[in-house]
Design a protein around this ligand. Structure first.
Ligand SMILES: [Cu+2]
Length: 120
């Protein structure tokens, strides 16, 4: 019982602490260049497969896609972004997301989440 309470307290306390960390010495948005994520799509399989990737608010994300078939990547940001790719290699750019939160990047063709962007 006591342990549960302690864990909860740690969880609850660490959330605001994370935001508070952003105080003085954290980099301001987008002076860090794009986050590059390599994506490989082959038949039914996608790499990465639902991994979480941290990005800064406003930071662009570059997807280097290698695929055996053309398709569309759907970014569940607000507003949503849809990015078409070709068979072979394509470089797609997700515009910087200006709100902290978790954003799914999906292939609807394969019904898979490729990455979850943790925007903070
Ligand atoms: Cu979607």
């Amino acid at each position: 019982m006591r342990r549960t309470v302690a864990c909860l307290a740690v969880l609850l306390c660490s959330l605001p602490a994370l935001t508070a960390c952003g105080g003085s010495d954290s980099p301001k948005e987008a002076d860090t260049g794009p986050k590059v994520i390599e994506v490989t799509i082959e038949g039914e399989s996608v790499t990465p497969n639902g991994e979480r990737v941290e990005v800064a608010v406003g930071q662009q994300v570059e997807l280097d896609v290698t695929s055996d078939a053309p398709g569309t990547i759907h970014v569940h940001s607000t507003p949503e972004q849809e990015l078409d790719y070709e068979a072979g290699t394509s470089t797609l750019t997700i515009e910087g997301i200006d709100k902290p939160g978790t954003v799914d990047v999906e292939s609807h063709e394969l019904e898979k989440v490729i990455v979850q962007l943790e925007v903070r």
